[in-house]
Design a protein around this ligand. Structure first.
Ligand code: HEC
Length: 166
C-alpha cells in the first residue's frame, strides 16, 4: 500500500493537468488564425502596448505616476554620485501630494488640488538630497526641475527602440 502512494499522487497531478487543459481554460486563445502566435504577439500586441505608453509619456499624469512609483519603490537606474534611492522615504499616502509639489518645479500641474503641507513633506523628506529647490545639490542627485525627468527620458528611448513606427 505504501508503495502506490507516490504513483497515486502522480496520477492525480496528471488528471488535474488534463482537466485544466481540456475543460478549465476560459481564456483559451485561438492560435489557428495566426500561424506563428508568438511572433504575432511580439510584433503586434506588445508593440501596440509600447506605443500606447509612448502616446501618453509626455503627459503630466504620466510624470505624476512616475514620481509616485519612485517614492514608493525607489530608483536605481540612473548614475549619480548619491548612489541609488530607496523606496519608502515617504508613506504611500503622502506620495501623491509630494509628486504634485515636485511637478511644480518644472511648471507642471496636478488636475486636482492637493494639500498645502506637501511642501513641508518635500522639504523635510526629499530636500536633504534633491535640495529644497529640487535642483539636486549641484549634480549629486537628480535635478527634479528638469522638464523631462531622466527616468522618463530613458523609458521613452527604450519604448521608441521597441516601437515599429519610430
Ligand atoms: C538619500 C537621498 C535621497 C532622498 C532622501 C530622496 N531621493 Fe530621490 N533620488 C535619489 C537618488 C540617488 C536618485 C537616483 C537613483 C537612480 O540611480 O535611479 C533619486 C531619484 C529620484 C527621482 C527620479 C529622477 C529622474 O530624473 O528620473 C525622483 C522623481 C525622486 N528621486 C524623487 C524623490 C522624492 C519625491 C523624494 C522624497 C519623498 C526623494 N526623491 C528622496 C536620492 C534621494
Amino acid at each position: 500500500m505504501q508503495k502506490i502512494i507516490p504513483y497515486l499522487a502522480i496520477l492525480i497531478v496528471i488528471i488535474y493537468a488534463v482537466y485544466n487543459a481540456k475543460f478549465h481554460n476560459p481564456k483559451k486563445v485561438d492560435t489557428h488564425t495566426h500561424t506563428n502566435y508568438e511572433e504575432h504577439i511580439k510584433t503586434h500586441k506588445t508593440t501596440t502596448h509600447y506605443e500606447d505608453e509612448l502616446s501618453h509619456i509626455n503627459t503630466d499624469e504620466y510624470t505624476k505616476e512616475y514620481i509616485i512609483r519612485v517614492i514608493d519603490h525607489g530608483s536605481n537606474i540612473l548614475d549619480f554620485k548619491g548612489g541609488e534611492m530607496e523606496g519608502g522615504f515617504a508613506a504611500h499616502d503622502d506620495a501623491e501630494k509630494i509628486a504634485c509639489y515636485v511637478m511644480e518645479f518644472s511648471g507642471k500641474k496636478c488636475t486636482a488640488p492637493y494639500p498645502k503641507n506637501a511642501a513641508m513633506f518635500y522639504t523635510s523628506i526629499c530636500g536633504g538630497c534633491h535640495g529644497d529647490d529640487g535642483k539636486g545639490l549641484g549634480g549629486t542627485y537628480p535635478d527634479l526641475t528638469k522638464a523631462k525627468l531622466l527616468g522618463i527620458e530613458k523609458r521613452e528611448s527604450f519604448l521608441r527602440s521597441m516601437s515599429m513606427h519610430k
